[in-house]
Ligand binder design. Structure first.
Ligand SMILES: [Fe+2]
Length: 479
């Protein structure tokens, strides 16, 4: 370091009477006293002290990596002398202290290494952030509402503080459960989450369903013929109900219907924008064969991104109704949430009541148990059949899905004589065995009395008027 000009100029300092801190100017200022550290008068000592302080201040600029300041005598080869300055200004003391301070160039080197290290850490983080942003901008994530649609969202009484709210205080997860815990819980390998054999099914012709009939397609998807209209609800054609391939695949034997099997529809009902209810593949496949989509406020932004004409998207708030000719579709409260990406609750989740041809059907969408069921019955009942969220429950998210026992309670609140457990039988989002919701629902409805269970096979036609139809527990005995 002695030849780099940063540690000063020893030869000159030696000539001028001692190792004085400071740049060349400092050496000049010390010279008249002979040696500031050899018994100079007090005034002279103070002057030297001030000079030393000045030198230190100038030297610190170099230590920060700032270019040498010629005005401070910091030309290359003679600068950096500040590193040898001492606050007490004494020549000898300066020499002693200077020996313990790292050379300015060394400080600069350390600083450079710190910056390089920080850059090394920041670069992967920035790259990761860009990659995540690019991934989340893929079409599968849909779109957030904007423009006029956002204006309608913001005007909704359910939209408070930048997000939709449930009617009653609702938490996505139990206290002490983080998002990562929820995800781990949902993906947790546990026995019998997925059936080990293909599930049994039928394949009704969806294009020639009789009036007053309904076909369950697994999970929360169904096709219904009511009031001379064809209604498709929450259809899923994709193999995976998630944004990632190989995550949350459908159960074996449940992919009974493909796009060409679907009928032209008068209404596509979308309860909310989660991947197991709003499937991009289905939304695109049915886009040009469906008269109108009906969904909660904001949800249409996804459809529009996927090529739907905005004029055919009927968005509403809870209790809004749309008259589609033979049927009337009313959006009703559910207790849940929405998101496809990282922004939560920007689109309204909903249940539906569909009435037509003298019949009425209730679909809960995804919902936790709550007082809304009683209110829906009071305002829109009675119903011929209800499809109630009864699966994918977990202690980690007790308020946004119902247990089978809660679904039986809800069926009572709704005044249902029969209900079909849905959100089961095709995708696993919770740790419980795949058939547990069906078995528990059967037991709970038996205990409750007054409500019968409708448990068709996937693809089996259910006649709404056939209130005495019996459905065997087809899941029993399957591994
Ligand atoms: Fe959901």
């Amino acid at each position: 370091m002695a030849d780099d000009g940063v540690t000063g100029a020893p030869a000159e300092v030696g000539r001028e009477g001692g190792p004085v801190g400071g740049d060349g100017a400092e050496a000049e200022s010390v010279r008249p006293s002979g040696s500031a550290g050899s018994g100079a008068p007090a005034a002279e000592a103070r002057r030297v002290r001030r000079a030393g302080e000045t030198a230190q201040e100038k030297g610190s600029g170099l230590a920060c990596g700032v270019a040498p300041d010629p005005a401070a005598g910091g030309e290359p080869g003679r600068s950096g002398i500040g590193g040898r300055s001492s606050p007490d200004g004494g020549g000898t003391a300066a020499a002693e202290v200077g020996a313990s301070v790292p050379p300015a160039r060394a400080k600069g080197f350390v600083r450079l290494m710190v910056w390089i290290s920080l850059l090394g850490l920041a670069l992967p983080a920035v790259t990761l952030a860009f990659a995540a942003a690019a991934f989340l901008s893929l079409p599968r994530f849909g779109a957030l509402p904007g423009g006029e649609r956002l204006g309608r969202v913001e005007a909704s009484p359910q939209y408070v503080g930048g997000a939709f709210r449930n009617e009653v205080p609702t938490s996505r997860r139990a206290e002490g459960t983080g998002l990562a815990d929820m995800l781990a819980r949902a993906l947790e390998p546990s026995p019998r989450k997925v059936p080990a054999v293909p599930l049994p099914s039928r394949k009704s012709d969806l294009k020639s369903l009789p009036e007053g009939s309904l076909v369950w397609l697994g999970h929360s998807s169904f096709v219904m013929r009511l009031g001379g209209m064809t209604v498709v609800a929450d259809p899923v054609l994709g193999r995976y109900a998630s944004p990632l391939k190989y995550v949350n695949g459908s159960f074996p034997g449940t992919e009974v219907y493909s796009a060409p099997d679907f009928p032209d529809a008068d209404a596509l009902l979308i309860s909310h924008d989660h991947f197991d209810h709003l499937d991009q593949e289905a939304a695109v496949a049915l886009r040009d064969r469906t008269r109108a989509a009906v969904c909660g406020l904001g949800t249409g932004a996804h459809l529009e991104r996927w090529g739907w004409d905005g004029g055919r998207i009927l968005e509403g708030s809870w209790w809004d109704s749309f008259d589609l000719g033979g049927i009337r579709v009313t959006l009703v409260p559910s207790r849940h949430g929405s998101n496809r990406g990282v922004r939560f609750d920007r689109a309204l989740w909903t249940g539906f009541v569909v009435s037509g041809g003298g019949r009425s059907v209730f679909f809960s969408g995804d919902s936790g148990y709550g007082p809304h069921f009683g209110e829906i019955a009071r305002r829109l009942g009675p119903f011929d059949l209800g499809m109630l969220d009864s699966g994918q429950y977990d202690a980690a998210w007790p308020q946004i899905h119902m247990t089978p026992e809660e679904a039986v309670l809800a069926a009572g609140d709704l005044g249902l004589g029969r209900y079909m457990p849905v959100h089961v039988g095709r995708f696993s989002i919770a740790a419980h065995p795949w058939d547990e919701p069906l078995e528990r629902a059967l037991l709970a409805s038996g205990r409750a009395g007054g409500v019968r269970l409708v448990t068709p096979l996937i693809g089996e036609t259910v006649m709404l008027d056939d209130v005495h139809a019996l459905y065997r527990p087809w899941w029993r005995g399957l591994p």
